[in-house]
Design a protein around this ligand. Structure first.
Ligand code: SAH
Ligand code: DHB
Ligand code: MG
Length: 198
């Protein structure tokens, strides 16, 4: 992550892999999603998959901390003809999420969590607040080559995911599973939670 922050341009290497992007698109189509909230934009690769899944009038709000990534994302969105579908908000997500809530931009049909992994549980709390019954809350990078199954891990991101799974397992307002994926970017996975109660 530190290397990414100091790079002159964001690396596309941490975007979701193409088969995972298509899975996000298919999930959005399957539930007829009209609104998506994404936490962690990078170059807007996953954002574009979601935006292309929405019907006319659909909207993606995507949150990104790094201005440089935001610039690249805006360029990619313009090139894809999706600038009017996607609302990109710069800032730390824990600061922009309260604004999204205060502006009453939700609830969202899908919330995709893919930013700093240590804050995943905090983002999940916001996702619950900004959802309705039937919403999907999808979290990226929950497998990490199987590292998530190691209780002795020293990796702060993996520890964050383990805390998130404990929180998820205890949450009666959702039903959830994790789906492991393998693709051009190796072995990882999504957690998928469906909101079933207020
Ligand atoms: N969803 C993208 C990849 C996102 S990579 C895709 O699949 O195409 C993770 C992104 O989260 C990076 O761009 C990083 O700058 C951003 N990020 C990290 N911490 C953040 C925070 N606290 N708030 C908002 N964005 C953050
Ligand atoms: C990495 C991959 C991701 O999908 C992400 O959101 C953050 C980091 C990585 O491979 O380091
Ligand atoms: Mg990711």
């Amino acid at each position: 992550m530190r290397a990414l922050m100091s790079a002159p341009l964001p690396s596309p290497s941490i975007s979701v892999a193409p088969n995972q992007g298509k899975l996000l698109y298919m999930l959005a189509r399957m539930i007829g999603a009209r609104s998506v909230l994404e936490i962690g934009t990078l170059g807007a690769y996953s954002t574009i998959w979601f935006a292309r899944a929405l019907p006319t009038g659909g909207r993606v709000i995507t949150l990104e901390a790094e201005a440089k990534h935001g610039e690249v994302a805006r360029r990619n969105l313009a090139r894809a003809g999706l600038s009017s579908v996607v609302d990109l908000r710069l800032g730390l997500a824990l600061e922009t999420l309260p604004k999204v809530a205060a502006e009453k931009l939700g609830p969202f049909d899908i919330i995709f969590i893919d930013a700093d992994k240590a804050n995943t549980t905090a983002y999940f709390e916001w996702a619950l607040k900004l959802s309705h019954i039937g919403s999907l809350i999808i979290v990226d990078n929950v497998v990490r080559d199987g590292a998530v199954a190691d209780p002795k891990t020293a990796d702060a991101s993996v520890k964050g995911m383990r805390r998130f799974f404990d929180r998820l397992a205890a949450e009666r307002r959702v039903e959830a599973t994790a789906i492991q994926t393998v693709g051009s970017k190796g072995y990882d996975g999504f957690a998928i939670a469906r909101v079933i109660a207020d």
